[in-house]
Every structure is written in C-alpha cells, then in structure tokens.
Design a protein around this ligand. Structure first.
Ligand code: FAD
Length: 483
C-alpha cells in the first residue's frame, strides 16, 4: 500500500491543472488516468483534435471564398490519412508534453482507473496503452490519500432507445477519427459539438444535414449572434431541420435509414438514408466512479457530483471539479475549478465564483459570449442596455471580406458597468478574452471606450460598441432624436 498527500482521479484539463498546481505548491501528488499521458477528453477526443480539423476546414473555406477576390484555386485533393496523421501529431505532441511536465514536477502518474475503497483509500487497476485494463488480473493496488480530487469528466450522451450498434453511427470521438469522407452525413443535435464537426465534414466535401429538436441552433445561446451564424450554416448544409426529432434508425446496406418527425416535413422527407450519422446530443457526467457509494459523496438528479463553492463534496477529504460537477462543460472552467480546489486543500479560503466563463463555438463564423446575456437579463427581469456594433462598420472586417459579424455589450444603465459581451464573427473566440477581463474587473463602458485599441483590428469593435452605448461611435451614425 502506498500513500499520497493528494490523488487526482482523471487527467483532463481539470485533473492535470489541479495536479500540476498542487505539485507547484509543494504537495506530493498522484494523478490517475487510463491514458498513457495526461490530456483527458479535451486533448485526446475533444477541444484539440476538433480545432486542428477546424483549422483545416477554415483553410479550405477560405480558398473557396478567394474566388470572389479573383484568385481561383483548383478543387482540393484531400488525403484523409495525412489529415488524420496531422491531427494525431498535434494530440501526441500536446499529451506527450503534459507527460513531460508531469515528470518534471515529480507528479506520480499512474496509467489506470481508480475506485474508492473508502473515504481515504483508492483501489487502482493499472491499464495498458490503449486505456484497457491490464490483463494481469490479480488484486488492484491500494493507495491511501489525505485528499482526493475527482475529475472524471463526461462522455457522449446517446439517443434513448434509438442508437443502433453500427460503425456508421458515430459519436464525437468516432467522428474525430475521420474514418472516411462520407458523401452524406446526418448530424443529430444542433449544439456546438454537432455544428463544429458538421463544419469539418462539410468543408471536406460531405453533404451535411443537421437535425435539431428545438426551434433553433445552439439552444440557449444569444439569438442575435446565432441568427448570423445560422445563415452560414444554412448555406453550408444540405438541410437544417429544426423542430424535428429522429424517431428511428436502421442500418440499410451502405447507409443508415433515419426516420424523422417534425413540423412541416414533406412525406418524402420523413425517411432518408445517410452514409453516416453523428449523434451529438450532449454529454453525461462520469459520476459513477466505482465505490463512490462507500463515501459520503452525493450525486444530484442530473448525475453531477454535489460540491460547495470550494469544490468540496459532502465527504471532507474528497473534492470534485470539471464536467463531473456541472455546466458549462468546458475545459477552462474545469482547469479553473481545479486551481480553486487545490487552494482550498492548501488551507486557503477560496470559492469558485467567476463573473464570466467564456463560451466559444468554433464554427465559421465563430460565436463567443461571456457574463450576462440578454436572455439572462430578461429572465431575471434585470434592466440592461445593449450596445451593438455591426461589423459592416469595421475596417478590419471589410479587409477580411467578413462583414457578417456583430459585437454587443450588455451594460448596466446606471453604473455603465459591462455585465456581458457577445461576439459573432471570425476570431470571436480570441476577441472574447477582452470581454471576460472587462466583466471580471468591473470595467465600465467609459473604461472600454477610453482604452486605445489597435487599428485596424476586430478588437476595435469592442471599443466602438462602448461608444455606441454613449451614442457617438465613430463609424456608426445615429441621427439624434428631435425632442
Ligand atoms: P475530461 O477531459 O473528460 O477528463 C476526464 C478523464 O478522467 C478522462 O481521461 C477519463 O478517462 C478519466 N477517468 C474517468 N473515470 C476514471 C476513473 N475511475 N479513474 C481514472 N480516470 C478516470 N471545451 C472547451 O472548453 N473548448 C472546446 O473547444 C471544446 N471542444 C470540445 C469538442 C468536443 C468534440 C468535445 C467532446 C468536447 C469539447 N470540449 C471543449 C469540452 C471539454 O473537452 C471538456 O469540458 C473537458 O475535457 C472537461 O475536462 P475534465 O477535466 O472535467 O474531464
């Protein structure tokens, strides 16, 4: 039996950030995960591989669009094996780097899975490179700990009663493996994962259909922003079926026959066959950690582990962070929670209480927001002023031939404080960081407008949105109302 001051279960962006920080603070740390190196979903089958492929999609789309500027490239030749190899190289480089960082910090990394024996002891079953349990059999190793952090993440949800066992029906992990470039693909779910992966396949030449149960893409996101993205998604896809449900799936020769139920669907559109289907209807927390019932840790009705603001569970020796404790299921939220949990374990009085957690959808155009949204304000009956700056008025957007963007600030009228920021347009994911800083620092519209932004950049749209609030944005003329 060995002992560790802190053991972190799961080495995704929550787990490895926590383990590394704890080691930096001088704790003796063990990190357990089934993969050969740290990385978790984000690096192996989420954020990173999807963004590598989305970069390629951007290049393809830009090359096609160049025709409008008098530059015509021939049709692209796509070597799927080399494209897959590029994506794998990126993943291996980053996860290998995390393995190195782990060694440099003297974090004991165990490739295996952990189960609780009690509130101070784990049973660890070592696994092989593929993440499968090692064939050795025998009894698992015991590891006692002063504190544990559960960072076991989440996995793709399945369509209840519908999923069929067919390689043609993929989840996000399978789709990121790029088995081929299908002629047709049905994406079930109009959330960010479905739209990002749909964008990749559409750029590679697949005819993509998106089916979404609710009345709009990206349910929950700001409609001002989504409406702009939706136009591009419409143009990119063969069809976008809203208010439509998948009611059945069946393997049929070289494809999958799917039946739909939805408003206004023509009879012939109620059944269609696709080469492949991607199910992207959300993710479920991995809270069923074996042996958790031998501790006082509790799990709520939605399957998330209950935690207090310091990320402590109902069992004082055990903390939990990341996707397994709740929405938003995002890597940066997991990492931040990891740092809070470690500081709490180190004896500091801390709480995870961010004013703004940015969310980015890496489609074309990108969509990003943080802090209060217009929707939130309406629901909370909170008075706000919305200052919008359309990218048609941005010099930089014109030079990029991408005027289909919008930047908006949500402001408190009395204090002029920036409560939230929403951006749609290329690079929105990079631009939103300024919004997060503004919200977290309690910046006012005056602070933002008085901050000199470089010209010509898209960041000026943030500054000019603040000017819109005062009614004198340089590049937007609003005639004064006669009193
Ligand atoms: P995870 O990354 O899920 O890691 C948990 C780890 O714990 C896994 O390695 C798992 O194998 C391991 N584990 C589980 N049970 C045990 C056990 N009993 N013992 C030991 N180990 C265990 N987020 C973003 O912020 N930006 C993006 O662009 C983005 N893109 C995404 C794209 C896709 C296709 C997907 C699927 C997700 C994306 N996400 C993105 C979400 C992001 O990946 C997650 O929010 C993030 O990985 C959560 O981190 P985590 O540390 O909570 O857990």
């Amino acid at each position: 039996m060995s002992n560790s001051q802190l053991v972190v279960i799961g080495a995704g962006p929550g787990g490895y950030a926590a383990a590394f920080y704890a080691a930096d603070l001088g704790m003796q740390v063990t990190l357990v995960d089934p993969s050969v190196n740290p990385g978790g979903v984000c690096l192996y089958r989420g954020c990173i591989p999807s963004k590598a492929l989305l970069h390629v999609a951007d290049v393809l789309n830009e090359a096609r669009h160049a025709d409008a500027w008098g530059i015509t490239f021939g049709a692209p030749t796509i070597d799927v094996d080399r494209l897959r190899a590029f994506k794998t190289k990126v993943v291996n480089q980053l996860t290998g780097g995390l393995g190195q960082l782990s060694k440099q910090r003297k974090v004991t990394y165990i490739q295996g899975t952990a189960a609780f024996r009690d509130a101070r002891t784990l049973e660890i079953t070592r696994s092989t490179d593929g993440g499968a349990p090692a064939p050795a059999g025998g009894t698992p190793e015991l590891l006692t700990f002063d504190h544990a952090i559960i960072a076991t993440g989440s996995r793709p949800s399945t369509v209840p009663g519908l999923s069929i066992d067919s390689p043609r029906v993929m989840d996000s992990t399978a789709a990121l493996e790029l088995p081929d470039i299908p002629k047709t693909l049905l994406v079930v779910g109009g959330g960010y994962i479905g739209l990002e992966l749909g964008t990749v396949y559409a750029a590679l030449g697949t005819k993509v259909t998106v089916v979404e149960m609710t009345g709009g893409l990206l349910p929950g996101a700001d409609r001002d922003l989504v409406n702009i993205l939706a136009k591009r998604i419409d143009a990119m896809c063969e069809a976008v079926l809203l208010n439509t449900k998948v009611t059945g799936m069946q393997e049929a020769g070289d494809g999958v026959t799917v039946t739909f139920e939805g408003e206004g669907l023509a009879p012939e559109a109620k059944t269609r066959t696709f080469d492949r289907v991607l199910i992207a209807i959300g993710r479920r927390p991995n809270s069923a950690v074996p042996g958790l019932d031998r501790t006082r840790v509790t799990v709520n009705a939605r399957g998330f582990i209950d935690v207090d603001p310091a990320r402590r569970t109902a069992e004082p020796t055990i903390y939990a962070i990341g996707d397994v404790v709740g929405e938003p299921m995002l890597a940066h939220k997991a990492s931040h929670e990891g740092r809070v949990a470690v500081e709490a374990i180190a004896g500091e009085r801390v709480a995870f209480e961010p004013l703004a957690i940015p969310a980015v959808v890496f489609t074309d155009p990108e969509l990003a927001w943080c802090g209060l949204t217009e929707n939130d304000a309406q629901k909370a009956n909170r008075e706000v002023v919305v200052a919008r700056f359309p990218w048609g008025a941005s010099g930089r957007a014109q030079t990029l031939d991408r005027v289909d963007g919008l930047t908006k600030l949500i402001l408190e009228p009395k204090t002029e404080r920036v409560l939230g920021v929403g951006i749609v347009g290329p690079g929105a994911g990079e631009l939103i960081a300024e919004g997060v800083l503004a919200v977290e620092m309690g910046a006012t519209a005056t602070d933002v407008r008085m901050t000199i932004h470089p010209h010509p950049t898209l960041s000026e749209t943030v500054m000019e949105s603040a000017e819109v609030f005062f009614g004198h944005a340089t590049h937007v003329y609003r005639p004064k109302k006669k009193s």
